[in-house]
Design a protein around this ligand. Structure first.
Ligand SMILES: Nc1nc2c(ncn2[C@@H]2O[C@H](COP(=O)(O)OP(=O)(O)OP(=O)(O)O)[C@@H](O)[C@H]2O)c(=O)[nH]1
Ligand SMILES: [Mg+2]
Length: 193
């Protein structure tokens, strides 16, 4: 096990109600609740993700900033993007509006982080009927933005672990870009958080 002691800040974004907080809770506490509690502003928590990276099994720690997606928080969100090294873009497959809002979420996040931040696209609530977004559209959008995608159900737990594993992996693998352009020679780098 390569315990690299890397810590990265990541942000989870998407329209209000798509399942961001539920996903973080499902991953960290193994619970799911039907009741919707709007995230007021922002919540953060730390998770350790074991990834199978290019240099073997590695524990990657992420500080996960779960940003309230309701419109009324749009003026507070920008200050929380700074120094993030990864992004989860989440939408709800039963809400076309939440899918169509994704370019706006990318812009908001990139305005705060800079362009080229590694992203994972999560299509949530797959357990529900009446999907308003097809798999083809999902794949096409993922390709367009250069992100990997995952279809999740936080309710059943399907692919939630995979989503975090993908996030840990893209963030960890992207570090070589920083290392390549850095004069620092240290084998342990700590992202600013
Ligand atoms: N059926 C189903 N319901 C889900 C799923 N994920 C979340 N929910 C429900 O969707 C509602 C909203 O979930 P939250 O996790 O609070 O949504 P959020 O994205 O954090 O919303 P904001 O904090 O307002 O940005 C809750 O009632 C959850 O129980 C899922 O995969 N399937
Ligand atoms: Mg929330």
């Amino acid at each position: 096990m390569n315990d690299a002691s890397y810590i990265y800040k990541v942000c989870v974004v998407g329209n209000g109600g798509v399942g961001k907080t539920s996903a973080v809770r499902r991953y960290s506490e193994g619970v799911f609740t039907e009741e919707y509690q709007v995230t007021v502003g922002v919540q953060h928590s730390t998770q350790t993700i074991q990834i199978d990276g290019s240099d073997g099994l590695t524990n990657v720690k992420i500080i996960c900033w779960d940003l309230g997606g309701q419109d009324k928080f749009k003026f507070v969100r920008p200050m929380f993007y700074r120094s993030a090294r990864g992004l989860v873009l989440m939408f709800d497959v039963t809400s076309r509006a939440s899918f169509e809002a994704l370019p706006k979420w990318i812009k908001e996040a990139e305005d705060g982080i800079g362009s080229g931040v590694p992203m994972v696209l999560a299509a949530n609530k797959f357990d529900l009927p009446d999907h308003e977004v097809s798999l083809d559209e999902l794949q096409e959008f993922a390709q367009q933005i250069g992100a990997e995608y995952v279809v999740t159900s936080v309710k059943t737990g399907d692919n939630v672990n995979n989503m975090f594993k993908m996030l840990g992996t893209v963030v960890y693998e992207a570090r070589t870009l920083e290392v390549a352009t850095s004069s620092a020679n240290s084998s342990v780098r700590r992202a600013a958080i």
